[in-house]
Design a binder for this molecule. Structure first.
Ligand code: FES
Ligand code: FES
Length: 156
């Protein structure tokens, strides 16, 4: 099927079999390999991307369902030079180790702070609880997201 969606700000056309997941379309057809895939069952959150403002599991969504949507991957959150405020905060707080889960945490946190720039630590913990990390123990990730709120509050 031929579909078209806005990917990281650029109108993008792609032909996919109807059964193709959005994660496979992004990684294999469009080479946005920052979107990681692990469980493929909606459990780990590594594949999270932002679709029309909401954080979604791209392994559970068909690519054809993204037709006409605005899709943002971790690549789309990254300025051409340097890091975004959220990425800088992850760096500053040492909120990653192997980094496999990081794109999913970044997209999840970006969707949260875009909608709720005043999110409390408890709210951040609640939202991030849907993402699994095998390395960090989560404390630094929560602190990094909490600390990045200022940038979202200023951009409101
Ligand atoms: S790969 Fe999609 S939630 Fe784990
Ligand atoms: S930093 Fe390794 S899985 Fe999260």
């Amino acid at each position: 099927m031929n579909i078209e969606f806005t990917l990281n700000g650029q109108l993008t056309a792609v032909e996919v079999p109807a059964r193709t997941s959005l994660s496979d379309c992004l990684r294999h057809d469009l080479r946005k390999t920052g979107t990681h895939v692990a469980c493929e069952h909606g459990v780990c959150g590594a594949c999270t991307v932002i679709v029309d403002g909401d954080a979604v599991r791209s392994c559970l969504m068909l690519a054809v369902q993204a037709d006409g949507c605005q899709v943002t991957t971790v690549e789309g959150m990254t300025p051409v030079t340097g890091l975004s405020a959220l990425q800088e905060s992850f760096h500053r707080h040492h909120a990653l180790q192997c980094g496999f889960c990081t794109p999913g945490f970044l997209t999840t946190a970006h969707a949260l702070l875009s909608a709720e720039p005043e999110a409390s630590r408890d709210r951040i913990r609640e939202v991030l609880s849907g993402n699994l990390c095998r390395c960090t123990g989560y404390v630094n990730i929560v602190e990094a997201v909490y600390d990045a709120r200022r940038a979202y509050q200023e951009n409101r």
